[in-house]
Design a protein. Structure first.
Length: 63
């Protein structure tokens, strides 16, 4: 068993253009960053989803 769990996140979205960037940033800011994020768009009529931002760099190792 690996010391860090593998985390997959599924984000269902419908006309969430205003919120998707904040949602993704919140996911990247978690203690355990997800291994994968799957965005499922249910026929939005706005610009959902925009291209996701690149993930932040990994945190530095503890001293």
């Amino acid at each position: 068993m690996s010391p860090t769990p593998t985390i997959s996140i599924i984000v269902p979205v419908y006309n969430g253009e205003r919120f998707i960037s904040d949602c993704l940033q919140s996911l990247f800011n978690q203690t355990h960053t997800p291994h994968e994020i799957i965005i499922v768009d249910d026929g939005s009529t706005d610009a959902t989803p925009p291209p996701p931002p690149p993930p932040p760099p990994p945190p530095p190792p503890p001293p």
